[in-house]
Unconditional design. Structure first.
Lengths: 224, 69
């Protein structure tokens, strides 16, 4: 049996998570195409089913895949479990973002154009909440129990958060600039592209944060 | 995050004290991951963290960290 290093295992997991993310993005594209009249109902439904199954399978494998030849890791303590739960929450927020944004964002535009203000505002609120929720989790604003705070939000966590936020900020600048250019070429696409640009900045920050924590995870050899 | 100018014997001091990373982390009031990254030179501790680690091990900060020339 070929022995795989933890870094290779992580690369495989990231690849699976990327496939899942692409599948969820495909769902969003299919929903948008259906609403734009580019796809009929049957084709859109088929794409949605295939993409959702692929996405769920990819995400599930990315989370649970543990081949038998990896070195054993120390049992996670309660704070590491809290950190792992936070990472899984961030992964879910990031991967499902494109699906919901591609439905709520066009929906908000259409509803407000039709004068259905209440439903339009609810869609807008849903978009804003979904874009901001990774930031809430990443910043630790969703407060863990008091006895855990000193450990889940310690010096290392703050350092990782700062680095992740820097990555997200730069990504946000780039995606915002791209949205600006696209808005000049096709102004009608701005309400659809802007939530995606915002989501992308948050997604990069979250992914970087998760990566840093995973790379810093102690192995059994470290505790000698 | 790491800096090659910082040398450390934190792991040696911890094992000499008969502590695991988790035990040292609990004494110093930080996560095990923090202790691990400091030991591996990936993360440079702040002054407060360095003092906390030294106090948890019953040694001085200079016995744990020094400038590598």
């Amino acid at each position: 049996m070929i022995s795989r290093k933890p870094a290779q295992i992580l690369s495989l997991r990231l690849a699976l998570a990327s496939i899942a993310a692409l599948a969820f993005i495909g769902m969003g594209v299919a929903l948008w195409a259906r609403q734009a009249g580019l796809l009929d109902s049957l084709d859109a439904a088929t794409i949605l089913v295939v993409c959702s199954l692929t996405g769920v399978a990819g995400l599930g494998l990315a989370i649970t895949y543990t081949p038998g030849d990896i070195p054993p890791s120390p049992k996670l303590d309660r704070w590491e479990k809290a950190q792992k739960n936070r990472s899984l929450n961030l992964i879910a927020q990031v991967c499902l973002g494109p699906v919901f944004l591609s439905n709520w964002s066009p929906g908000a535009v259409e509803l407000l154009a039709e004068g259905r203000v209440l439903m339009g505002v609810l869609n807008v609120a849903a978009v804003v909440v979904w874009v901001l929720s990774p930031a809430v989790i990443l910043m630790g604003w969703s407060k863990p129990p008091r006895e855990d705070r000193g450990f889940v939000d310690d010096e290392l966590d703050r350092e990782f958060r700062a680095r992740a936020l820097a990555s997200g900020f730069i990504t946000l600048l780039v995606s915002g600039a791209a949205t600006y250019v696209a808005s000049l070429l096709a102004p009608a696409t701005t309400p659809h592209l802007l939530p995606v640009a915002l989501w992308f900045g948050g997604a990069v920050a979250c992914a970087h944060f998760i990566w840093l924590h995973h790379r810093a995870q102690p192995t059994a050899e470290d505790d000698g | 995050m790491g800096d090659p100018r910082l040398a450390s014997r934190l792991k040696e001091a911890r094992t000499a004290a008969g502590l695991t990373q988790a035990e040292l982390a609990e004494r110093a009031g930080v996560s095990r991951k923090t202790v691990n990254t400091v030991e591996n030179g990936v993360f440079i501790p702040s002054t407060i963290l360095a003092l906390s680690l030294a106090r948890a091990l019953g040694v001085t900060v200079e016995e744990l960290f020094w400038l590598a020339d």
